[in-house]
Ligand binder design. Structure first.
Ligand SMILES: *Cc1c(COP(=O)(O)O)cnc(C)c1O
Length: 225
């Protein structure tokens, strides 16, 4: 017995209208996705390119697929034809590959820049210096098939609410600052601030998130066997 529809219903009541919900379906079967789909949900997030591609092939074509995981450059080509938003862009090299594959597909691929805001070493993402040098690079100015729509970040995995708050507040400040400074129409626009998962989305929304990525609170705990 699954409670996917009930979980979604509860969640959607709680989340303000201006906040988009990415239902994170990684490791979950297509039947689970279809339950959420039948309920009316259309935005799904995956963290592995191969898995996202095979689900895209199998499922209705009006689903918006978001890549939320770390992306290897040699995998970009597989999702370039359909991906709606790549959340985890954290290097110019990767962006360059996305530009190349976007050009081949004759489409502009929306991306978020992932910032490193947590204190854990293992999480991917840019620091502030890297962010600014990416945004100011001459190469970026030549790209025509990528669109930087905002920022993404993951807070430290901790019970310390204040620490999480601090990290999200920092990202929101940066987002606002970029929104004012880097207004390059069509290339860099701050429209999406992707932060918040099952454990911390309420805090993220209080801190100004307008896109949350929620998996286990919808689909249940993941099984990595
Ligand atoms: C898995 C994952 C999520 C969702 O995590 P839950 O705790 O299950 O909500 C969100 N963001 C990223 C980047 C993820 O990899």
């Amino acid at each position: 017995m699954s409670n996917i529809k009930e979980n979604l219903e509860t969640l959607l009541k709680e989340i303000p209208e201006n906040v988009d919900l990415v239902a994170v379906s990684k490791t979950k079967p297509t039947e689970d996705i279809m339950e959420a789909y039948d309920y009316g949900h259309r935005i799904f997030g995956e963290n592995k390119v191969q898995e996202m591609v095979s689900k895209w092939e199998e499922l209705p074509k009006d689903i918006e697929w978001h890549m939320i995981g770390h992306v290897q450059r040699n995998k970009v080509k597989y999702m370039a034809p359909f991906v709606s938003l790549i959340h985890g862009v954290d290097s110019l090299k990767l962006l360059k590959e996305i530009e190349k594959q976007g050009r081949k597909q004759d489409r502009v691929i929306p991306c978020l820049l992932q910032m490193h805001i947590a204190s854990e070493e293992t999480k991917f993402g840019l620091d502030e210096n890297e962010l600014f040098s990416l945004l100011e690079s001459e190469q970026l100015a030549t790209f025509k098939h990528v669109f930087i729509r905002g920022l993404m970040g993951m807070a430290t995995f901790t019970d310390d609410r204040q620490k999480i708050e601090k990290e999200f507040q920092y990202l929101k400040k940066l987002y606002d600052r970029l929104g004012n400074e880097y207004y390059q129409k069509g290339k860099v626009e701050m429209q999406v601030l992707s932060m918040g998962m099952s454990g911390d989305y309420q805090i993220a929304i209080e801190c100004g998130s307008n896109m949350v990525r929620i998996g286990s609170s919808i689909f249940g705990e993941r099984n990595y066997n």
